[in-house]
Unconditional design. Sequence first.
Length: 343
Amino acid sequence: MTLVRQGVALALGAGCGAVAAWAGLPLPWMLGPMIGTTIASMAAAPIAGPERLRPLVIPVIGVLLGAALTPQAFAALGQWGVTFALLPPFLLTTAAVAYLVYRRIGGLDPATAFFAAMPGGLNDMGLLGAAHGGDERRIALAHATRILVVITCVVLFYGLVLGARSGGPGGRWVGLDALGPADWAVLGACALIGAPLGRVLRLPAAPVFGPMILSGAAHLSDIVTVAPPTIIVILAQIVVGTVIGCRFRDVPVRAVLRDIGLGTTASLAMIAVAAGFAAAIHATTGTDLAQAFLAYSPGGLAEMSLLALAMHQDVAYVSVTHVVRLFIVIGLADMVFRLIRRP
């Protein structure tokens, strides 16, 4: 029965993705499934998230992002100092603003409010929050809402305000026949080896970042010169978007609406802070404002990097900034909470 519900969810996600692609929205194959399955979940439709497929498709996105890395991007690494220097105050400000929303407006207990406010990974923050007595489900719902709101707001801003359009995941269709046997072997190895390697090295967002590093190295050294086939990347995005939307399943409607409203308020406040810091980076370094905003937007690494790729922004700049953010948040969140809660 669960497999049937997962199949229905994926079919719904694919259909919504097709509609979003027809409408010309950026990142349609993730945004469409995400919105469609969220609405269906809140309407108690008989769907379930294909959670077991997510670890299998996430490395594909990492390989795609690695294919977009260029020597020119890394040559500019020394120019990113201001971006990295402003990350700690940015994270402190966004976390403080979101914490006040969850604590003062939402009335959540300190542990739940704190780890819900951290712009880190959903699973990591949920586990850390539960270890300190927080409500893991509400923390997870807060982060799912943050990702949903951030992706939706950023994509709609690009599509409706900036008039940006993207056809495929990276703007250029790559057919199955574009890869030779050696290309399939190298890219497949990047996906299969990269994720466990990332976990061994304790990298943040290891299923994305590990394959991304290996794919980037393979492309920079010209071992392989093509990206993964577009149809495979589209299927991966449908799965990821569907999983995000289905996270709102099996939660009482009143509780979902309350927590989504609270999460939306916190997320919009975080986006406003990100816009302010992005403007400061633009004014200080001349970095493209849209690019700086993507780097500081409090969404997921995979989602923001995919959007950077679709919008023809510097994927390395956006991805590395988000990786540094995750390192800081995951590495320091537990210690900071212990310090501020110490009698």
